[in-house]
Design a protein around this ligand. Structure first.
Ligand code: NAD
Length: 457
């Protein structure tokens, strides 16, 4: 049984039966049969079903947000924002899918009668193994385009967002997705591993680098398509020509939103030495004002961590940094109350000898380091194996572009951060992943091309 614990009270919310070798085998078989019929329904019908699913999300947003808050501790205003933003993202897929999967004629030679065409066929049956931190975003980025393009989906939500996963599966049925096409697989990582023992046609994974490596290894046994959206250690660089108070406020939000548990959260900040003292003063003051506590309250900005084990990771990073000379300006301790609460922490004068500047924190902790110029910032920003996003704050676009073009990351930001758009591809490099979601490429990725050589005579 899977026990769901409320991370802000440590009370048991519910127990769910998890999947087994037998139930998984049955669901895989069902999905295989159902997929062929689903791929043969008209695109218009598949679009209609997903549009209904989106409408159900809109109608039930409040209840879904409360459920998410109860099982993973996301502050209610942020849970609501996630569900709402998801309902605004799905229409992008609905509008684009027809154009993206249309058969293309790339040669039509009237003299020889030769035509060449590319058609886009579904992959087949794909696994969607998901993280808990934004279950609606990371889930829908995969299963919506996968379903629209005619695939069947074996959806394994995280064990820390299993009730949300269950609710999503229920809404899929209500929206009219035929039986077997969208299958819920419940359980921990062991259940995910069992799922990958089957010869599926693809696995689309969101989670940590360590698990991503295991998923890729398991998938290699059957040579299925693998996409991995993994962690990050996303840097921001603040140049000496900005409005310091405005940028400090933006970066506090980029760092601590969702209690720092975002794949593209700002995880380290480099500040030009000329404005370093002023920036630090604004930043720390703002962090001191963040409302930490009960995530069901409208006024709460920082809730509990979703997982108890992460408290120790954060404590180790802080102890390591302080031992190596960093100054802990604020926070950095567990709150004396039930729940996995951690006071948001700011470490100053950090160096790259400290784990907090090179390993993912995935919680409310940030290191801030002064730099002497843009060249040093570029060198430090590039000094991790990750490559998800990088941000630069400066009044000059030319200066930002010169820095950002040197970043080996899938996404770059000028004067913004922690932002995802359905119109742009979302991808990581290095330890941050392989493949992409979102944008029109993130629809096409759920299809395989077929090359047609057609000769009339
Ligand atoms: P995780 O790697 O612990 O788990 C992810 C999923 O994999 C869960 O559903 C889990 O049950 C499953 N799993 C665990 N072991 C498995 C195995 N051996 N085989 C198959 N499945 C297995 O990650 P998490 O704690 O859920 O998520 C946090 C991580 O996800 C962070 O590193 C974060 O940066 C990353 N993330 C990345 C993105 C992105 O878009 N790049 C988005 C969200 C989260």
């Amino acid at each position: 049984m899977l026990t769901i614990v409320n991370p802000s009270t440590e009370d048991r919310v519910e127990q769910l039966p998890d999947d087994t070798v037998v139930t998984i085998a049955h669901k895989v078989e069902q999905a295989k049969h159902a997929q062929a019929a689903w791929a043969n329904t008209s695109l218009a019908e598949r679009i209609q079903v997903i549009r209904r699913f989106n409408q159900l999300l809109v109608e039930q947003a409040e209840g879904l947000a409360s459920l998410l808050t109860a099982e993973m501790g996301k502050p209610i205003t942020q849970a609501r924002a996630e569900v709402q933003a998801t309902t605004q993202r799905i229409p992008f897929f609905l509008e684009q899918v027809e154009r993206v999967i249309q058969t293309e004629t790339v040669l039509a030679d009237p003299n020889s009668g030769l035509r060449e065409q590319i058609s886009h066929e579904p992959l087949g049956v794909v696994a969607n193994i998901s993280a808990w931190n934004y279950p609606y975003f990371v889930g829908t980025n995969v299963f919506i385009p996968a379903l629209l393009t005619g695939n069947a989906v074996l959806y394994k939500p995280s064990e820390y967002a299993a009730l949300t996963g269950q609710a999503i599966a229920h809404l899929m049925g209500q929206a009219g997705v035929p039986e077997g096409v969208f299958q819920l697989i419940l359980g921990t990582g062991e259940v995910g591993a069992l799922l990958l023992e089957h010869p599926l046609n693809g696995v689309f994974f969101t989670g940590s680098y360590a698990t991503g490596c295991k998923v890729a290894a398991a998938a290699s046994r059957h040579l299925m398509k693998v996409q991995l959206e993994l962690g990050g250690k996303d840097p921001a660089y603040v140049c000496d020509d900005v409005d310091v108070a405005t940028v400090a406020a933006a970066l506090v939000d980029g760092t601590f939103y969702n209690t720092g548990q975002s794949c593209c959260a700002i995880e380290r900040i480099y500040v030009h030495y000329r404005i370093y003292p002023e920036f630090v003063a604004h930043f720390v003051k703002r962090v001191e004002g963040l409302q930490v506590g009960d995530p069901t309250l409208e006024t709460t900005y920082i809730g509990p961590l979703a997982r108890r084990a992460q408290l120790q990771v954060l404590e180790h990073q802080i102890a390591d940094a302080v031992a190596k000379g960093a100054k802990l300006a604020v926070g950095g301790y567990r709150l004396d109350r039930p729940g996995y609460f951690f006071a948001p922490a700011v470490l100053l004068d950090t160096t790259h000898a400290m784990t907090v500047m090179r390993e993912e924190s995935f919680g409310p902790v940030i290191g801030i380091q002064p730099v002497s110029d843009d060249a040093e910032a570029v060198q430090l920003m590039s000094d991790t194996p990750y490559g998800l996003t990088a941000s630069v704050y400066t009044a000059q676009e030319k200066r930002a572009r010169a820095i950002l073009q040197q970043m080996n990351s899938g996404t770059v930001y000028w004067n913004c951060c922690d932002r995802v758009s359905p119109r742009l591809p979302w991808s990581g490099r290095g330890h941050s992943g392989v493949g992409l979601t979102l944008s029109t490429y993130g629809i096409q990725t759920f299809t395989q091309p077929k090359a047609w050589h057609l000769r009339t005579n």
